[in-house]
Write a protein that binds this ligand. Structure first.
Ligand code: SAM
Length: 251
């Protein structure tokens, strides 16, 4: 594969600082390490080394889903990938499944889920037009073709049926559990991401225990290590709390 006009490229320096851009969008990039000529990338393969006028090096790579979510424009708080991946581990989500999601926010979770279930579809409900518009742009720029965004309040109901997963990241998930029962297929899951434990409790209390099984709430804490010749230890700073994740399965 060699890079051509219009391709997305990732420039990464030796310290991990990243730039993501579309080839052809401009001729030069001004960075903390000097200026690079982006036209030099045309016709080159991933792994090509771009040297700035200050003699610093950038590796030119194809961006992944992770790079894309890190670098895309965001408005409301997005879900972290360490949390999003828990959905797969706890529901078995896979290709060809169909998902309903709310709210879409900046579409970080939408992009993640759309890539897992493709060619299945993800339908996302969002009440704010500005967030819906940004999400459409982010999804289009990523190249997702299996996503639909509806400017609609999910508390009023879910139109879709025979769904494998209803994924929620909004303030009152307890208002959706009844609608999710109608939308989900038997064996399908509901997932809710909530920053506070009060939301987890309200969500749990709204689940009719005659109709839901495998009800659980988890948190995912990751600790990164600094590996050095002189010694290896946990990093001093870590992301302490992002949110709780609740799951339940329709009987
Ligand atoms: C924290 S953001 C979601 C972020 C998203 N998961 C991401 O990773 O980019 C919460 C979103 O829910 C939307 N929202 C809140 N209540 C809603 C409702 N009743 N129906 C649909 N969307 C709603 C908000 O407008 C906001 O965009």
């Amino acid at each position: 594969m060699s890079f051509k006009q219009g391709d997305k490229v990732l420039l990464i320096d030796n310290k991990g600082k990243k730039f993501m851009l579309d080839l052809g969008e401009r001729d030069e990039l001004h960075t903390h390490n000097g200026i690079v000529k982006l036209t030099d990338i045309l016709g080159k393969e991933p792994g090509f080394k771009l040297i700035t006028h200050m003699n610093k090096e950038f590796s030119v790579l194809q961006p992944t889903l992770v790079d894309y979510i890190q670098k895309m424009k965001k408005l409301p708080q997005t879900i972290q990938l360490k949390d999003a991946c828990q959905i797969i581990a706890n529901t078995g989500l896979c290709r060809e499944q169909n998902v309903v999601e709310a709210g879409v926010g900046s579409a970080a979770l939408t992009i993640f889920l759309s890539s897992i279930i493709y060619p299945g579809t993800i339908t996302s409900y969002e009440i704010r037009e500005d967030f819906a518009n940004l999400s459409r742009k982010n999804l289009e720029a990523y190249g997702a073709t299996n996503s639909i965004i509806k400017l609609q309040n999910i508390y009023d109901g879910i139109d879709e049926r025979n769904i494998d997963l209803v994924a929620l990241d909004l303030p009152e998930p307890e208002k959706v559990t009844g609608h999710a029962l109608e939308a989900l297929k038997h064996g399908g899951y509901i997932f809710s991401f909530s920053p506070t434990i009060e939301q987890v409790i309200r969500f749990n209390q709204s689940l009719d225990k005659e109709k839901w099984i495998e009800i659980k709430a988890i948190e995912c804490i990751t600790r990164e290590y600094e590996v050095k010749n002189m010694g290896t230890r946990p990093k001093t700073l870590m992301l302490g709390h992002t949110g709780y994740m609740s799951f339940a399965r329709k009987k």
